[in-house]
Ligand binder design. Structure first.
Ligand code: NAD
Length: 378
């Protein structure tokens, strides 16, 4: 099967990490008999320099023609003084809106090889796991295109009062809930809906709809938690969570908290999904896939950046947009194999380098190790 992928390397370390991600995709294609055709597109600072705007219309149009989009990162000091609507980050909002991706999925798991990067104590990591293994493996599903970030806002009086509005329609909530339940099906079958239903009317609507949708998924354990409690539980016993589904604002904050407890920004992937697609290549959903880190201008172009978040984002693309689960698992296993072999980029290095248990490598060597592990099936 042939798949067309829009590649948006972007700025800073974006190109550094997208190159190995595409090479790993190609290795998976060779192994399993798929062809990935790339269409490289400009967005962010690079597009501002060349076209005078962060998201040229031709970039969006071309992205819409592709089966999925893999993005590096945008932004950097060079463009920081531009007005808000001309900043590189506008490209992200434009792509999300233009491709109509409404559910953001952020897996956050503690890999045993990276235990030392996690700031939590052993007893915290053991809590909530039913006395079994330690660690956590959770997925935050955040509503991405509604709520307070898109609601009515303004100033009143003489400008000495300001307001923002949290508004959600049933349709907006329902579709993200269904995304979260579908994700829970393929995981440990637990879903926690996080809200502030003791105060907010919009949260009460989320709760009503969750109760209704949960009846269609009786085999999935549904629970409810207030957001203030959830932010505490994430650092007290993260092992209790499987899938968390929540609104745009709460998800923005909780997903950053969840990524911080893994201790390794260079490892975390994300998927932003839209409606199921009618394209024959897309067995799954339209999607934008990107590492959660930014453009890291401090290390750009120096063969230092960790490419694993971008590579794991590519695996999510195979899973959610193309329905290629076996191929996605192969890439994830290859990342594990590279870590098991002791390879570490600087950001995830522990003290093992002193004892010879770890070897510090650059972006390219890490990417090649994953690629070889994909090909050898390790
Ligand atoms: P950042 O994520 O770029 O960097 C934070 C720190 O983490 C830096 O020390 C950086 O060197 C390190 N880091 C990040 N990714 C890494 C990787 N893969 N390997 C090793 N180390 C890594 O966040 P920031 O410094 O706040 O932002 C830099 C620029 O990126 C800003 O212009 C910001 O607006 C932009 N940004 C873009 C996105 C995006 O494109 N989705 C997201 C966040 C920030």
């Amino acid at each position: 099967m042939n798949y067309s992928i829009a590649l948006v390397p972007g700025d800073g370390i974006g190109p550094d990490v997208i190159a190995p991600a595409a090479e790993v995709l190609d290795a998976a294609g060779d192994k399993f008999g798929h062809v990935f055709n790339y269409v490289e597109l400009e967005a962010g600072g690079r597009a501002i320099d060349h076209a005078g705007e962060p998201l040229p219309p031709e970039t969006l149009e071309a992205a819409k023609q592709c089966d999925a989009l893999l993005l590096g990162a945008v932004g950097g000091p060079k463009w920081e003084t531009l007005p808000g609507n001309l900043r590189p980050e506008r490209a992200l909002l434009g792509l999300r809106a233009g491709l109509e991706v409404y559910a953001n999925l952020r897996p956050a798991a503690l890999l045993p090889q990276l235990r030392s990067a996690c700031p939590l104590k052993d007893e915290v990591l053991a809590a909530g796991n039913g006395g079994g293994k330690t660690g956590f493996d959770l997925l935050i599903v955040r509503e991405l295109t509604g709520g307070i970030y898109f609601g009515k806002r303004g100033r009143s009086g003489n400008g000495d009062s300001a307001f923002d509005t949290e508004t959600y329609s049933k349709e907006e909530i329902d579709r993200v809930l269904r995304t979260a339940y579908a994700a829970a099906e393929g995981r440990r079958k637990k879903l926690c809906m996080v809200d502030k239903a003791n105060v907010l009317e919009s949260s009460r609507l989320w709760r009503e709809l969750t109760q209704a949708v949960s009846r269609e998924y009786p085999h999935i354990e549904t629970s409810y938690m207030y957001v203030d409690n959830c932010s505490m539980q994430l650092v007290r016993s993260p092992g209790q969570f499987d899938v968390i589904v929540t609104s745009n604002l709460f998800g923005d904050i909780l997903s950053d908290e969840a990524s911080a407890i893994t201790g390794s920004i260079g490892m975390l992937a994300s998927a932003s999904l839209g409606a199921p697609s009618s394209s024959p290549a897309q067995k799954g959903r339209r999607g934008i896939y990107e590492p959660i880190h930014g453009s890291a201008p401090d290390i750009a172009g120096r063969d230092i950046a960790n490419p694993l978040a971008a590579i794991l984002s590519a695996a999510l693309m195979l899973r959610y947009s193309f329905g290629l689960e076996r191929e996605a698992l192969t890439i994830e296993a290859a990342v594990n194999a590279a870590l098991d072999a002791g390879l570490r980029t600087r950001d995830i290095a522990g003290r093992g380098a002193d004892t010879g248990a770890e070897k510090i490598v650059g972006t390219r060597e890490m990417g090649n190790a994953v690629l070889n592990a994909v090909l050898s099936g390790a």
